[in-house]
Design a protein around this ligand. Sequence first.
Ligand SMILES: Nc1ncnc2c1ncn2[C@@H]1O[C@H](COP(=O)(O)OP(=O)(O)OP(=O)(O)O)[C@@H](O)[C@H]1O
Length: 265
Amino acid sequence: MADPLLEIRGLNKKFGDFQALKDINLELDKGLMIGLIGPNGCGKSTMMKCICKIHDMSSGSIHIDGEDISRKKPAEVSKLVATVPAESGPTFGLTVTDMVMLGRYPFVNRIWWENPEDEVVVRNALKTFGIYHLRKKQVSMLSSGERQRAMIAKAYVQEPKVMLVDEPTSHLDMKYKLQVMEYLKKMSHTDMTVIVAEHDISLMARYCDICVIMKKGEIQTIGDPKVVITEDLIRDVYEVDSRIGLDEDGEIYVLPKKYIDVEEY
Ligand SMILES: Nc1ncnc2c1ncn2[C@@H]1O[C@H](COP(=O)(O)OP(=O)(O)OP(=O)(O)O)[C@@H](O)[C@H]1O
């Protein structure tokens, strides 16, 4: 059997006395779309930041494609893993093309000067993500949906093996939510494993091959969303009563019904 693309062993992360991640163990194969689900503060972003080395681990190991990331320099890690953060941050008057081109940075040796190959990769990404017509526009002028697609294009041109996407649809309307998830799904079909943290569980259940459910810094369960996402699980993890159904296409939808006030018990 092939080795997993991402292998996390005994990952712990502490901020001072607070333990944000507790003994995380996870093996993921390539070519999958993975949904990271759990309540606010359960550790989703912290786990992503450990995978891309924004945070140092307190203990444990992370291997991507057999490579121990703790031994890699930042530029080498950037060739293995790319991140699409929840917020894009300041863009300093960059055009869409300029910003997406920044994703090629790990491939530049000493002097920053894009070559014709970089230009082809960027042009293709702009077309793939439907933003070619916006290429000369400043990123600060884009709508949320357009900016999100530009951020995904920037991560895509990094040609990573693992793509980490934090809350990709939080500012998007229904159409762009679906569109962004479609793009991410397509990327997972190019042998890239895409890990998405997102609060819309119905959307995650529909698009993800595997869901990783987290609670209080630990992995609660992992598996096929149609199997693992149940009313009992939602009650346990979110303290919310919900109804879970299947529409005529066999897709799961999750309807939150009532917040359970734990103080009442
Ligand atoms: N740099 C930090 N210093 C101290 N505590 C932190 C730091 N970063 C995160 N935490 C804490 O670690 C816990 C996990 O945070 P994290 O951002 O990973 O949660 P999350 O699951 O991504 O939440 P959300 O869904 O709200 O984005 C939280 O209690 C948070 O306050």
